[in-house]
Design a protein around this ligand. Structure first.
Ligand SMILES: [Zn+2]
Length: 373
């Protein structure tokens, strides 16, 4: 079966070769002049909410290695150390190519369930109490897993995570934008027809270049009419117009990334006035070369403009990070003390679509943690 989402990008084997040819070192960019140790221990214990993290992109190396061993023909390393090299990107298209090769490892409902529960364990280990996980049902359905089985697998993992780990998970079903309208149709159908209990929002991810947001206007309108929140990616790898399009054509209530808003004072003022939160993922933006370094990240400009800013991890193991590290990065970039870091955590909870009792519980936990010193 031809997979248009893969055909549109370099195949899995071009990733490591490209990396070697260009000899780029991710670590050099990521540690520039930032003291990430100062609050690291305190952040590790802080109760948190994660709003922008991708299901497949959150797969820890141990989980990916297990899947790679089950499916050796996919050509993904089954060794954790080799995986670290494999996950080193030259640019955004390269990242998408590697991401899709990991996606190819998920071939049956048990793979989906194991992946999802593995991600939940990673979040739980970082004191994440509530997370909205972005799931791309089309990508699994297109690879031959029935929609019903995908939904059943993630819902089973969600219930287990809440029961066994005390972690509350919710889903954002997102359209992989590079696969166009057919993918949007399948995503919407899965969301509305199967309507899993954990589903709270409808999203749009993948590359922005060549994927205009307005083409998905009707899909977002239908999702919103069914009560789902609109949370598209926009302004990650293209300019502020993409964020305007997400707001006007897709009714965005939160923006995935949105960092390009820093280039447009009118957009900054609009986002600040309407209290539309941005899901900022600093390390991801450097890893995909959307910004040249952490020190040059527009996060401080977004905060200075009065925007509602949350900090998130996007595809943490692929970017050699996790949510705790992203909080440390934000604390360094914004020169935050503990009270400031706690406020960042509260902002994520308030910007979430968590059930009110869950949000209240996590906010209370954050207050108590801060008060305890
Ligand atoms: Zn993302």
């Amino acid at each position: 079966m031809t997979d248009p989402s893969v055909a549109a990008h370099p195949g899995p084997h071009t990733g490591p070769d490209l990396d070697r040819d260009l000899d780029l070192d991710l670590d050099l960019d990521l540690n520039l002049d930032l003291d990430l140790d100062r609050h690291a221990e305190w952040i590790a214990g802080l109760p948190k909410a994660e709003l922008h993290v991708h299901h497949v992109g959150s797969a820890a190396p141990a989980v990916v290695a297990g899947l790679a061993a089950r499916h050796p023909e996919a050509g993904v390393p089954a060794d954790e150390a080799e995986l670290a090299d494999y996950f080193r990107f030259t640019d955004f298209d390269h990242f998408i190519a590697v991401y899709l090769s990991v996606m190819d490892l998920i071939r049956d409902a048990e793979d989906v369930r194991a992946l999802t529960y593995g991600v939940a364990e990673q979040l739980h280990g970082q004191q994440v109490r509530y997370a909205e996980l972005t799931v791309s049902p089309y990508s699994h359905i297109h690879r031959g897993i029935p929609a019903e089985a995908v939904v059943e697998a993630v819902e089973d993992a969600r219930r287990s995570a809440e029961r066994e780990l005390g972690l509350v998970l919710r889903w954002c079903f997102d359209i992989p934008g590079e696969s166009g309208i057919p993918a949007a149709d399948v995503t919407l159908d899965t969301a509305l027809r199967l309507a899993p209990d954990g589903l709270v929002s409808f999203g749009l991810g993948g590359p922005e270049v060549g994927v205009p947001r307005p083409q998905f206007r009707d899909h977002f309108a239908a999702a919103r009419a069914a009560g789902l929140h609109s949370v598209p990616h926009a302004g990650e790898t293209t300019g502020p117009q993409t964020v305007w399009d997400a707001l006007t054509a897709l009714g965005a209530e939160r923006i995935g990334h949105g960092i390009a808003a820093a280039q447009d004072p009118a957009l900054l003022a609009h986002l600040a006035e309407r209290r539309i939160p941005l899901e900022v993922c600093p390390t991801s933006n450097v890893a995909t070369r959307a910004v040249p370094s952490l020190a040059a990240h527009p996060l401080p400009a977004l905060v200075a403009a009065g925007c509602v800013v949350t900090v998130n991890s996007d595809d943490p193991p692929m970017f050699a990070t996790d949510l705790n590290r992203e909080y440390a990065v934000a604390a360094a970039l914004l020169d935050l003390d503990r009270a400031g870091i706690a406020e960042l955590a509260r902002t994520a909870v308030r910007s979430s679509f968590a059930p009110p009792d869950v949000a209240a519980r996590v906010l209370d936990e954050i207050d108590r943690y801060l008060a305890a010193g």
